[in-house]
Design a protein around this ligand. Structure first.
Ligand code: PLP
Length: 325
């Protein structure tokens, strides 16, 4: 596989394929941020997506292109990717088994089950759950849908870039969350193939950003996983990463890392000034602007990627109480 397998026409085809199944992107100006910075700042409200995060786009695009011989889909994710895959599979009438370790919190497990997927609890670590998912593929004809490292997933996430450019043809800066890099790879490909001058900025947390460390090292590396408010941005990029590492290297203009306090400030600002509930990962774009770590352009789009936060934690952050992750 190489990134040449994903072109603008693949992203356009993904958009046509998934459009009947997804909520279109809602973009609106933020008067408070625009006033604060003296520039046009728009918020892209993708947390309004069904299942509460953009991952539905990539999962749906993958499920709608499954090989006819496949018996079902599987993934190891109790977060936004797991939810997205469960929902997409049910829409398409395809069996779905989400594998997870015994350590998964009950509410996450129930959220996946409520979307119609079977859950399989194996072992005490992500690695053991992964072994079961691989067994389903090898012995039962399932297809594993990864959260970022797959052309269909990247093309699906890239539909956000098409929607941004369609609504705002003269945007000049886009702020995008960064973890495994499927989201920013798709968006950067979609936008830069049409408007190479647009700045695409990746934002993540200081506590354990594998893509940042990998770009610094010049090759995929592992980092220690640490608890963070931006839990949906955690995890590695895979030492055998072949797609998103290269696309981020070639297409992303800046990478910015945020402290936990800065991310908390983004969550608070979204709630108190925009009346929006965001998870930590969803709020890093606003947080990066507030922290002064990104200089906005004349027309900046800030992606708000997800809202799936524990509401007890959210309340503690808003009230500036002590919280534990
Ligand atoms: C997965 C996720 C991201 C990061 O996407 P990648 O493709 O892994 O970079 C950002 N925000 C939210 C809410 C997510 O669930």
């Amino acid at each position: 596989m190489s990134r040449k397998e994903i072109s603008l026409s693949d992203i356009r085809a993904a958009w046509a394929r998934i459009a009947p199944h997804i909520v279109p992107l809602h973009i609106a100006p933020s008067s408070s941020l625009s006033q604060h910075f003296g520039k046009d700042i728009m918020l892209a409200h993708e947390y309004l997506q069904t299942t509460g995060a953009f991952k539905l786009r990539g999962a749906m695009n993958s499920v709608l292109q499954l090989d006819a011989a496949t018996t079902g889909v599987t993934a190891v994710s109790t977060g936004n990717h797991g939810r997205a895959l469960a929902y997409s599979a049910r829409q398409a009438g395809v069996p779905c088994i989400i594998c997870m370790s015994e350590l998964v919190p009950q509410n996450k497990l129930e959220a996946i089950r409520a979307l119609g997927a079977e859950t399989r609890i194996v072992g005490k670590s992500q690695d053991e759950a992964e072994i079961e998912a691989r067994r389903l593929v090898a012995e039962e004809g399932f297809t594993m849908i990864p959260p970022f490292e797959h052309p269909h997933v990247i093309a699906g996430q890239g539909t956000l870039g098409l929607e941004m450019l369609e609504q705002l043809p003269d945007l000049d800066t886009v702020l995008v969350q960064l973890s495994g890099g499927g989201l920013i790879s798709g968006i950067a490909l979609a936008i830069k193939s049409q408007k190479p001058g647009v700045r695409v900025i990746g934002i993540s947390m200081e506590r354990g950003c594998a893509m940042y460390a990998s770009q610094q090292a010049g090759k995929p590396v592992e980092v220690e996983e640490l608890p963070t408010l931006a839990d949906s941005l955690g995890g590695g990029i895979g030492l055998d990463n072949r797609l998103t590492f290269d696309i981020v290297h070639d297409y992303v203009d800046e990478l910015v890392l945020l402290s936990e306090d800065e991310i908390a400030e983004g969550i608070r600002y979204a709630y108190c000034r925009e009346q929006v509930i965001l998870e930590g990962g969803g709020a890093v774009g606003i947080a990066a602007l507030l922290a002064g770590k990104v200089t906005p352009g004349d027309r900046t789009v800030v992606l708000l990627s997800g809202k799936n936060i524990d509401m007890g934690l959210h309340r503690q952050i808003i009230n500036r109480e002590e919280y534990r992750l």
